[in-house]
Each structure stands twice: as structure tokens, then as C-alpha cells.
Design a protein around this ligand. Structure first.
Ligand SMILES: N[C@@H](CCC(=O)N[C@@H](CS)C(=O)NCC(=O)O)C(=O)O
Length: 214
């Protein structure tokens, strides 16, 4: 399998399938596209049917969307249990992942993932704060119901889908209640997340629109 991703510092959609594969210890090759550069544009044209990352290549299959890739990995490796086993829990994990995939637009616009940055005194505007509150509500509910340590007890697609949100909470200094705080720390301390951060720290490209001014 080959996973095409964007800049590790900025590409939140790329982090999701990448961390799922790493966490499940599934071997894959990776191709990194430096987004918003002329070389990156050529690579997007060549490798990405929707001109976006991530894209997974597996034999003849070309899969161009982060959530579809995560679901495919869960299907392909059932022994890794990357979705909860019980159907109701499975459905909840899917709803939570889908809400991330299609929602939280204000958070995405106003708090872009930026692993290297630590933004002091960030004050979210109301609609962004509402996105944060909804995510915290989802985390608290899942962690309360399953007793953790991951959102659905063991590591699932839902944890991978929310990994970039945890990164944003760190970058922008979002204060959260204890259960969520513990969970966020676990995500950030995870060996795979540390590998991603380490690689991001060595990247030199700057994507201006993801560097917010406060
Ligand atoms: N819905 C897509 C979104 C993918 C996406 O927006 N990718 C961004 C990078 S994180 C991208 O490729 N941007 C490059 C561009 O738009 O030129 C998914 O879930 O995979």
C-alpha cells in the first residue's frame, strides 16, 4: 500500500489515515506532496484524482478520501479491530467520524492545523467556540461511556479522525475538562503522533493561509 499525503505540519486530512495505519502497525509506503508549490501542483495532478490529499493506492484501487481510506483499512484488517465490534458502538463511532468529516467548518477555517506553532492568547470567535464545545461534548460522552482510554475503549477510526483536532487544541491552547484533557494528552504522547510531529518539525515549507495572526 502507498499513502499519498501533504505537508505533515499542515495537512490534517493526511494525518488521519496515516496515524490509523501507523497505530495498527500496518506497513505502507508514503509519498509526501509539498502543497501549494509548483512541484506539489504537478504531483497532485499526477497522483490525486480529486487534486487533494490523502490518496491510498492498494494494488488497482485508488482511494481519494480520508474517511473512505480509514473505513477501507478497518475493513481490510478486521483483526486490528479498528471499529468497535458491537453494532451500536460501531454506528456511534461512525457518526462521530462522519461529524468530523463533514462538520466543524469554523474550527477548520479559524484554527488550521499547524503542528509547529504554539499560539498564545488565542480567543476563538463564538462560532468557533461552539465547534470546540461540541467536540468536547463528543469526547466527554464517549470517554464517560467507554471508560477510555481511547474514545471507544480501544483505538479506532474515530481516534484517528479526531487526532488533528487534538493537535489544534494544543496549538491554540484550548482549555478542556479533565477527561478530555487526559485523552488529548494520550493522543499527543502516542508514539505515532510523536513521529508525525518530529517529521513536521523538519519541514521547511510555510503555507501562509495556515499561519494565523493573533
Ligand atoms: N474531504 C477530503 C478533504 C481533503 C483535503 O481538503 N485535503 C487538503 C489538504 S489537508 C488538500 O489536498 N488541499 C490541496 C488543495 O486543495 O490544493 C478528505 O477527507 O480526504
Amino acid at each position: 500500500m502507498r499513502l499519498v499525503i501533504g505537508n505533515k505540519n499542515y495537512s490534517s486530512w493526511s494525518l488521519r489515515p496515516w496515524i490509523l495505519l501507523k497505530h495498527a502497525r500496518i506497513k505502507f509506503d508514503e509519498v509526501r506532496i509539498p502543497l501549494f508549490t509548483s512541484r506539489g501542483e504537478l504531483m497532485l495532478d499526477e497522483l490525486c484524482p480529486a487534486k487533494q490529499v490523502p490518496v491510498l493506492y492498494d494494488d488497482r484501487l485508488v482511494l481519494w478520501d480520508s474517511l473512505a481510506i480509514c473505513e477501507y483499512i478497518a475493513d481490510k484488517y478486521p483483526d486490528k479491530k479498528l471499529l468497535p465490534e458491537h453494532s451500536a458502538e460501531r454506528a456511534r463511532a461512525r457518526a462521530m467520524s462522519a461529524e468530523m468529516h463533514s462538520g466543524f467548518q469554523k474550527l477548520r477555517d479559524n484554527m488550521p492545523m499547524n503542528c509547529r506553532r504554539s499560539v498564545e492568547n488565542f480567543v476563538p470567535e463564538l462560532e468557533t467556540e461552539l465547534d470546540i464545545q461540541r467536540i468536547v461534548q463528543l469526547f466527554e460522552q464517549a470517554l464517560h461511556d467507554t471508560k477510555g482510554p481511547w474514545l471507544f475503549g480501544h483505538y479506532t477510526v474515530a481516534d484517528a479522525m479526531y487526532a488533528p483536532v487534538v493537535s489544534r487544541f494544543k496549538t491554540y491552547g484550548v482549555k478542556t475538562p479533565p477527561l478530555t484533557q487526559q485523552y488529548c494528552q494520550r493522543v499527543l504522547d502516542d508514539a505515532s503522533m510523536k513521529l508525525w510531529y518530529e517529521a513536521a518539525s523538519h519541514e521547511s515549507e510555510i503555507i501562509d493561509k495556515a499561519e494565523i495572526n493573533v
